[in-house]
Design a protein around this ligand. Structure first.
Ligand SMILES: *[C@@H]1O[C@H](CO)[C@@H](O)[C@H](O)[C@H]1NC(C)=O
Length: 321
């Protein structure tokens, strides 16, 4: 008998723990009527607009899994019969059926419309779900919660990767400029070739149109075999390590090794070889902006190619999806 009693007490304790874990707490602010934060009198009546005499200038309300509210003093919040006044009473079981929508609006049984009626006490208004008969001066209000929002759509999925091929929408570079650490103040100006060597890096500008805003962009490097190139060619030697980086800004035709934009994000070394295509990085398309990237050799890679989107496309592109 005794052991059964203990088990029941343990189950009750576990239930209490679950109930407490499923609560979430918020403050309320009224729109309409006198507006402003919802405070409380010492007896747990919830008030808006009251300039003095509140025990608690801003009430805290915790909502449980059944939509019952308990205030910061542990009092159950009820809609007192027969007037439906919203107050939190010592020892009361909370009235179920409240919820907080994704935009923060508190509702009772799906209705976000509450009534505020003047009390004559320091400008304070009581809160009801239904304006009591014979009570003058009541106005419609809504109550906004600052937490515990529910029913919000799932967050946008993590960016997928756009194709490492020009099969869909894409952007091509509008400027390619090499810089050479052996000639650090020389501006080579716009080139058609991408070139990397022990001393030469190439900077690529892309102009992302505003129509790409909200889409996903993948920086891709396409490197077909020579036999698949119709209008391009390349010279390639070494192990094929290329360090790709996003720059802090775009290059210009006057860019030199010494004045080139700094690195914003270094994507590290990708091994390229004829017959490979690589997704270097994927990010939200920065619509309506010019962005710059740099390609630098590692492992004694020497590589020069004619950037070309004719079959098969070769070089650095941004695919959009
Ligand atoms: C561009 O690259 C191709 C292939 O390596 C090469 O034949 C050509 O001379 C280069 N052009 C320039 C201007 O560097």
């Amino acid at each position: 008998m005794k052991s059964i009693f203990v088990s029941a007490a343990l189950i009750a304790a576990a239930d209490a723990l679950i109930a407490r874990d499923s609560t979430c707490c918020f403050h309320l602010t009224a729109s309409g009527g006198p507006g402003g934060v919802v405070g409380q009198l010492s007896d747990g009546q919830n008030r808006i607009g009251q300039t003095s005499g509140l025990a608690n200038g801003q009430g805290t309300y915790c909502i449980d899994s059944k939509g019952g509210l308990t205030d910061g003093n542990g009092r159950g919040c009820i809609l007192t019969p027969p007037t439906t006044q919203f107050q939190c009473d010592v020892g009361a079981s909370p009235t179920d059926g409240f919820s907080v929508s994704c935009d923060g609006a508190l509702s009772y049984k799906g209705n976000t419309d509450f009534k505020a009626c003047p009390t004559g006490d320091n400008g304070g208004y009581n809160i009801y779900t239904v304006a009591p008969a014979g009570q003058g001066g009541c106005v419609s209000i809504t109550l906004g919660a600052d937490n515990c929002k529910s029913g919000c759509p799932a967050p946008a999925p993590a960016p997928k990767t756009c194709p490492a091929a020009l099969s869909g929408a894409y952007e091509y570079p509008h400027l390619i400029v090499p810089v050479d650490s052996k000639q650090p103040d020389k501006a080579f100006g716009t080139q058609y070739n991408g070139t990397v060597s022990n001393t030469v890096s190439s900077l690529f500008n892309f102009d992302i149109p505003s129509s790409d805003s909200g889409k996903t962009c993948s920086l891709v490097f396409l490197f077909p075999e020579q036999k698949n190139l119709e209008t391009s060619s390349f010279d390639f030697s070494g192990a094929g390590g290329i360090d790709f980086a996003m720059l802090k800004g775009p290059a210009s035709s006057g860019t030199t090794y010494n004045n080139k934009p700094g690195v914003a994000t270094d994507y590290g070394v990708t091994k390229v070889a004829p017959g490979t295509s690589s997704v270097i990085a994927t990010f939200p398309c920065p619509g309506n902006s010019a962005i710059g990237f740099s390609l630098s050799a590692s492992d004694n890679t020497q590589f020069s190619y004619f950037q070309d989107y004719n079959p098969s496309p070769i070089g650095l592109y941004i695919t959009v999806c």
